[in-house]
Design a binder for this molecule. Structure first.
Ligand code: G3P
Length: 220
C-alpha cells in the first residue's frame, strides 16, 4: 500500500519523507491557496523533495485550457502527476495526457460509475473522496469497496485506487483491508498512526526496568 501525503507543507513533507512514510504527494487548489505561494514554485519544490508522483491540479474547467495547463504542469518535473476533475472535459484531457505518457490523477470521484469512466480514460489514479461522504452521513468506504471489486474484475484496468479525503487512521486501515492501492492523508493522520497508549506505557516500563540494571548497551 502506498502512502501519499495530502499537503503542500514542505516541512511536513520533508519530515515524513525522512521517516520513509511518503511515496507521493497530492495537492489541490485549496491546499495550494493555504500556502499563499506561487503554485508552480511549490510544485517544483515538492517534486525535488519526493521522487514519487506529485499531483498538481489544473485550474481551468474547459478542455482546451485544461490540456494546456496539464502539459505545462507535466513539464515542471518528471514525477508530476496532473490532476483533473471527473468531468467529461477532464476525462478527455486525462485520455490525451495519458497517451502522451503523463501520469494523471482523476479527482472528485463520488461514484463507482465515475471510477469506471476514469479507468476507461486511462487514468493512472482515481481519487474517491471518503471523508466528504462520511460528512453527509454516508459510508464513504462502501465506494472504495465497490471500485476495488470492479477494477479487480477487469485486469486490463490499470488505474490505481487512491483513497482521498482521509480524516483519521481508521480510514487508512479500512482502505488497506479493502486492498486500495494508495491512501493520501494529511500529515496529522500519518502521525496519529504511530500512536498507541499501550506503546507509551510499555516503553515507560521498559525504560524504568532498564535503568534498574545500571547497564549501558553502548558503554559495555
Ligand atoms: O485532495 C483531495 C482530498 O484529499 C481532499 O480532502 O479533507 O478536503 O475532503 P478533504
Amino acid at each position: 500500500m502506498k502512502f501519499f501525503v495530502d499537503t503542500a507543507d514542505l516541512g511536513e513533507i520533508r519530515s515524513l519523507a525522512e521517516a520513509g512514510m511518503v511515496d507521493g504527494v497530492t495537492t489541490n487548489p485549496s491546499i495550494i491557496a493555504k500556502t499563499g505561494r506561487n503554485f508552480l514554485d511549490v510544485v517544483r519544490e515538492i517534486c525535488d523533495l519526493v521522487p514519487g508522483p506529485i499531483s498538481a491540479e489544473v485550474a481551468a474547467t474547459d478542455y482546451e485550457t485544461m490540456l494546456k495547463e496539464g502539459r505545462l504542469l507535466a513539464k515542471l518535473a518528471d514525477n508530476v502527476c496532473v490532476k483533473v476533475p471527473l468531468t467529461p472535459a477532464g476525462l478527455r484531457v486525462c485520455r490525451e495526457l495519458s497517451k502522451e505518457g503523463t501520469q494523471v490523477n482523476v479527482t472528485l470521484c463520488f461514484s463507482a460509475g465515475q471510477a469506471i469512466l476514469a479507468a476507461k480514460a486511462g487514468a493512472t489514479f482515481v481519487s474517491p473522496f471518503v471523508g466528504r461522504f462520511d460528512d453527509i452521513s454516508t459510508e464513504g468506504m462502501a465506494l472504495i469497496a465497490d471500485i476495488v471489486q470492479i477494477y479487480n474484475n477487469y485486469p486490463h484496468f490499470t488505474t490505481e485506487v487512491l483513497v482521498a479525503s482521509v480524516r483519521h487512521p481508521v480510514h487508512v486501515v479500512q482502505a488497506a483491508k479493502l486492498g486500495a492501492d494508495v491512501v493520501t492523508m494529511p500529515p496529522k493522520v500519518v502521525r496519529q498512526m504511530y500512536e498507541h497508549p499501550l506503546t507509551d506505557k510499555g516503553l515507560a516500563a521498559f525504560i524504568a526496568d532498564w535503568e534498574k540494571t545500571g547497564q549501558s548497551i553502548l558503554g559495555s
